[in-house]
Design a protein around this ligand. Structure first.
Ligand code: DAK
Length: 264
C-alpha cells in the first residue's frame, strides 16, 4: 500500500490505524519515522473516507519510547532546530486533524511518545503501559508540547511533579490522573479501542469535526468566547445535510446514514 519503513498504515471500515513499527528500538522516533508519520497524516487529512484514526505501537513492549536518543546525542544546534521544527509541525498536524484520534498505548509511552499520545483526542492504555516525560534525566525538557498539554490535562501541580522528576507512572495511575480514559488487559486493548472507534465512525463527520474544533479551541479561551465558538459551530452543523438526516432518522425511527457533507 505504501513504501514506509517504520510506519504501518491500514484503513478498514473507515478507520485508519497507524502503527509505529520499530520494535527493536521500542519504536523510538528517529528522523525517517517522523517524516513517514508526517506524510501519512497528510494522506489521512486528504482522504474524506477516513473517519477515525487510531495510533499504536508494534510489539508488546512499547507505544513509543521517545525520541531516538542515539540521534539526539548527535544533534548540533542546526540539526536540533530541524528536528524540533519537523516534530512540532507533525504534532500540530496530528492535533489539528479534523477527525477524532485515539491513542492505544500498549507499553512504554515516554518523552516524545507521551507527547504524541497527549496530542490525540484521548488515550486508552494497556495494563502494562507506562507513561513518563524523562527528558529532565537527559538534561532536556519536553520538546513536543509536553510542558503545555500535560498541565492542561492533569493540572500544573501533577505535571510539574512528573516533568521535574522524570518519574514513570503506570496505566492505573495515568487513569486516576485523567491522563488515560480507560485501562484494558493488553490483549483486549485494540478490540476495546476499535469498538470505540467504530461507534464514533458512524457519527456525522461534520459534527465530529465541529465538536473537536470547538473543544480544542475553546480550551484556550475564556468561557464566553468559547460559547460563541460553539454557537457558530452549532449553526454550521444546522446547515448541513447530516443534521437534516440525523433529525429525520430519529423521527422515522431508523439509524442515520451520515454523508459528511453540507449539500446533497
Ligand atoms: N532511543 C533509542 N533507542 C532506544 C530508546 C530510545 N528512546 N529506548 C529504547 N531504545 C532501545 C535500547 O537502546 C535497546 O536497544 P539495544 O541495546 O537492544 O540495541 C532497545 O531499545 C531495548 O531497550 P532496553 O534494553 O533499554 O529495554 P528495557 O526493557 O531494559 O528498558 C526502557 C525499557 C523504556 C525503560 C528503556 O529503554 C529506556 O529508558 N529508554 C529510554 C527512554 C527515554 O529516555 N526516552 C527519550 C525521552 S526524551 C525535541 C523534541 C522532543 C524530544 C527531544 C527534542 N526538540 C523539540 C528538539 C523528545 C525527547 C524524548 O523523547
Amino acid at each position: 500500500m505504501d513504501d514506509n519503513q517504520y510506519i504501518l498504515f491500514n484503513v478498514e471500515n473507515n478507520i485508519a490505524v497507524i502503527t509505529f513499527n520499530r520494535p527493536k528500538a521500542l519504536n523510538a522516533l528517529n528522523a525517517p519515522l517522523l517524516s513517514e508519520f508526517a506524510r501519512t497524516l497528510e494522506k489521512i487529512a486528504d482522504d474524506e473516507s477516513i473517519r477515525v484514526l487510531v495510533l499504536t505501537g508494534a510489539g508488546d513492549k512499547a507505544f513509543v519510547a521517545g525520541a531516538d536518543i542515539k540521534e539526539l546525542a548527535q544533534c548540533d544546534a542546526l540539526s536540533g532546530k530541524r528536528f524540533s521544527e519537523a516534530g512540532h509541525e507533525t504534532i500540530s498536524r496530528l492535533e489539528s486533524l479534523p477527525i477524532p484520534v485515539i491513542a492505544a498505548v500498549n507499553g512504554y509511552a515516554l518523552g516524545g511518545g507521551s507527547e504524541i499520545a497527549l496530542a490525540c483526542d484521548f488515550i486508552y492504555a494497556a495494563e502494562n503501559a507506562m507513561f513518563g516525560l524523562p527528558e529532565i534525566t537527559l538534561g532536556l525538557i519536553p520538546g513536543f508540547g509536553g510542558t503545555q498539554r500535560l498541565p492542561r490535562l492533569i493540572g500544573s501541580n501533577r505535571a510539574k511533579e512528573l516533568i521535574f522528576t522524570g518519574r514513570m507512572i503506570s496505566a492505573t495511575e495515568a487513569e486516576n490522573m485523567g491522563l488515560a480514559n480507560r485501562v484494558c488487559p493488553p490483549e483486549a486493548l485494540m478490540e476495546e479501542t476499535m469498538k470505540t472507534a467504530s461507534a464514533i465512525a458512524v457519527k456525522g463527520k461534520l459534527s465530529l469535526r465541529e465538536a473537536k474544533q470547538a473543544i480544542n479551541t475553546g480550551m484556550d479561551v475564556d468561557l464566553a468566547t468559547g460559547c460563541t465558538l460553539e454557537t457558530n459551530a452549532f449553526s454550521l452543523c444546522m446547515a448541513s445535510i447530516d443534521a437534516k438526516e440525523g433529525t429525520r432518522a430519529f423521527l422515522e425511527k431508523r439509524k442515520a446514514d451520515f454523508k459528511g457533507s453540507y449539500t446533497s
